[in-house]
Design a protein around this ligand. Structure first.
Ligand SMILES: CSC[C@H]1O[C@@H](n2cnc3c(O)ncnc32)[C@H](O)[C@@H]1O
Ligand SMILES: [Zn+2]
Length: 442
């Protein structure tokens, strides 16, 4: 169906390129996007767009417009632990450093300040939706609302007490209240966040399956993060974690499986047949030496693969452009095939596939008429991007996140010529420095 002809817009953006990332769409040169009521109202050649009257018009002569990035897995508030425990394997990192530090420092103020630091970093580097799994998700929700960013917040579930509560009963009670609080929210979705197969037993998993089906809510879980996790499960329970979750009924088209290294062909077939989504976190997997995820094999099996940074304590940045580049490089090496994970697929992983994983692809993830206006503008005039044969190659393979200049979420401008419009960077930095002093005992 042809797009309706419009003659006025809230925002009209002319750009050198538009990268729609929609199915069967190629980059468009010298086009414009019109935004009305937070939605994409028209995508049309620049010459035709001249006829539109708009409240605000931008002429971005050297820029590419593309869908805002979707960071499909992270722990925002952990930004306050950035660089606190480097160069450790997952097991030592979690058990000897991160969990003791979380036990000592994590409270509402920590989550407020850490989430704000992370959201500021994500907005500045082109992320318009993030998926989070952390303690005090109600506080992260407040900060996300203040920032104007889109979010999925997975409330934590462990078999044991944590900073947020006393055990599964408490987590379900608080999480279900959070779901109720956000049932009419346009930007915030709530999900179940069982931490991992090794921290959540069958009883709590079964309760999640029942609630998630009844309420039609997604589940996000760390899964097959290391070979050790799989070996320990086989030794203790006689089953690989993916097989156990399948038998419990936890795997389905609303299940987002994070990490997925140490996969055999049967694991991949199980994930594919249940319609699960994979969330690849290549930099965290590399830094913690967790293992290698067979992205090309999963893609060929028909599994939707999204991209995440994980927390800043294991990455150590929240730059999804850098993550795309790492994913592309690593994907080729793991597949032993330089044609694996091309720029077009890396872009999909960070946009449309992220939207599919979070169940919001009817709203965002691509630039299409009728979708919400979650759009970023990247300045491609830097010398590091010259010369430009193909803008998508420059976007994925060059160092580009500092070139993000504008960002709109539901049509609201949250980054204006590189400046955050909803958050105060200086105040955020000052609070992060205070936390560093406190945590270091100074
Ligand atoms: C359920 S709240 C989040 C919980 O997960 C911890 N965490 C952060 N990164 C990882 C990872 O890569 N694997 C497993 N657990 C991780 C975080 O510190 C919180 O305790
Ligand atoms: Zn994680």
């Amino acid at each position: 169906m042809p797009a309706p002809i419009i003659n006025r817009a809230d925002t009209l953006i002319f750009a050198q390129w538009i990268i729609p990332v929609a199915a069967n769409s190629a980059p468009l040169a010298n086009y414009a996007i019109a935004i009305n009521d937070g939605k994409i109202a028209a995508i049309l050649p620049a010459a035709e767009a001249e006829a539109i009257t708009a409240s605000e018009t931008l002429h971005l002569k050297h820029h590419a417009l593309m869908p805002g990035l979707i960071n499909a897995h992270g722990h925002a508030a952990m930004s306050l632990f950035r660089g606190m425990a480097d160069d450790k394997a997952l097991d030592t990192w979690l058990n000897d450093h991160i969990w003791p530090a979380e036990g000592q420092w994590v409270n509402e103020d920590f989550v407020r300040d850490g989430s704000e630091l992370a959201i500021a970093e994500m907005l500045r580097s082109g992320t318009t939706t993030f998926s989070d799994m952390y303690f005090f998700p109600e506080i992260t929700a407040q900060v996300a609302r203040k920032a104007g960013i889109r979010a999925q917040l997975s409330f934590p579930i462990f078999d044991f007490p944590c900073a947020w509560g006393s055990g599964p009963d408490d987590y379900f009670r608080k999480g279900l209240a959070l779901l109720d609080d956000h049932k009419y929210s346009e930007l915030i979705n709530i999900a179940f966040g069982p931490h991992a197969p090794y921290t959540v037993g069958d009883e709590a998993m079964q309760r999640i399956v029942t609630f998630a089906a009844e309420l039609d809510v997604p589940i996000q879980i760390h899964l097959h993060e290391t070979q050790q996790e799989v070996d320990d499960a086989v030794a203790q329970l006689g089953q690989r974690p993916i097989a156990r979750l399948a038998a419990l009924g936890l795997l389905g088209p609303k299940t987002q499986c994070v990490h997925l290294t140490a996969l055999n062909d049967e694991d991949i077939a199980t994930l594919a047949s249940h319609g699960c989504h994979a969330v690849h976190c290549p930099e965290s997997n590399l830094k913690l030496a967790s293992g290698f995820s067979p992205i090309e094999k999963m893609r060929k099996a028909g599994i939707n693969v999204a991209l995440g940074t994980d927390g800043a304590a294991s990455n150590n940045d929240l730059d999804l452009f850098g993550e795309m580049r790492t994913a592309a490089m690593l994907g080729k090496a793991v597949a032993n095939d330089a044609s694996a994970l091309p720029d077009s697929y890396a872009l999909e992983m960070a946009t449309l596939n992220g939207a599919k994983a979070l169940g919001i692809d009817h709203l965002v993830g691509s630039i299409e008429v009728g979708k919400q206006a979650d759009i970023i503008a990247i300045d491609l005039s830097g010398l590091e991007q010259q010369p430009i044969y193909k803008p998508t190659s420059q976007i994925v393979y060059t160092n580009i996140s500092h070139q993000v200049r504008y960002s709109w979420i539901m049509g609201r401008k949250v980054l204006d010529n590189g400046e955050l419009t909803t958050l105060d960077s200086r105040d955020i930095v000052a609070r992060a420095q205070l936390w560093r002093k406190k945590i270091s005992g100074e």
